[in-house]
Design a protein around this ligand. Structure first.
Ligand code: SAH
Length: 214
């Protein structure tokens, strides 16, 4: 798909300059209209490389972070991916173009419904979503080749690690004792888990349980 919006071209160039070299990831970012995932008030800023507010006091990550996390997962079209924290659905939509199927969990039903409507409007059919506590993973669909968590926890949720295939990868933001956050890449092999700290980030917190309101 060719889109000549200069803001989109600028965004893609900026991602390349920041080290996003996987052309499939860049193509997926180019293909998913971020403006459709934010409220009308912010649609004009959707192609800026910054985080934006969404409903329920949550945020949609900056495109660079979406691209960076996606690139770290090393996806291909045979893989089954779990995302925790559907939010607007933007990250799930990007993932959907790079893997076989995305399973995504959100604790706010309001956000989940809006995300599902966006997937339908964009003709995306390989995303399965549910309202629930993503810290528990999705046992009925486990194990997963890849897991991405888009809200920050204090430590790797054990149930998510259990649902990762051997040979699989998980990426998640972790908050340390000082309140600083950074991304962690977790690879599972037959001996256990190998953890690799990555870049500093800022995500909303991972909160246990399903949201009561809305
Ligand atoms: N990936 C999203 C951004 C997510 S913001 C996007 O592309 O728009 C983080 C989201 O994680 C919020 O919507 C928040 O409600 C959700 N969240 C936090 N804790 C959760 C949990 N335990 N289970 C499921 N979702 C959770």
């Amino acid at each position: 798909m060719f889109n000549s919006d200069p803001r989109l071209i600028r965004l893609i160039m900026s991602l390349r300059n920041q080290g996003i070299s996987d052309t499939k990831v860049l193509a997926a970012i180019e293909r998913v209209p971020r403006a459709e995932f934010v409220s009308r008030d912010f649609a004009g800023e959707a192609l800026a490389d910054r985080a934006l507010p969404i409903e329920c006091g949550q945020t949609i990550s900056q495109p660079y972070i979406v691209a960076y996390m996606t690139q770290q997962l090393a996806l291909n079209d045979r893989l089954k991916v779990l995302e925790v924290g559907t939010g607007s659905g933007y990250q799930a939509a990007v993932l959907s173009h790079l893997c076989r199927r995305v399973y995504t969990i959100e604790r706010y039903r309001t956000l989940l419904r809006a995300a599902e409507a966006r997937f339908a409007a964009l003709g995306i059919t390989n995303i399965t979503s549910m309202a629930g506590d993503g810290m528990k993973g999705w046992p009925a669909q486990a194990p997963f080749d890849r897991i991405m968590v888009t809200a920050a926890a204090g430590s790797v949720p054990e149930k998510l690690a259990d649902q990762l295939k051997i040979g699989g990868r998980m990426i998640l933001p972790l908050t340390d004792d000082n309140g600083d956050q950074s991304l962690l890449l977790v690879e599972r092999d037959s001996d256990g888990f190998i953890e690799k700290p990555l870049i500093p980030v800022r995500f909303v917190p991972l909160v246990p349980g399903i949201a009561k309101e809305m």
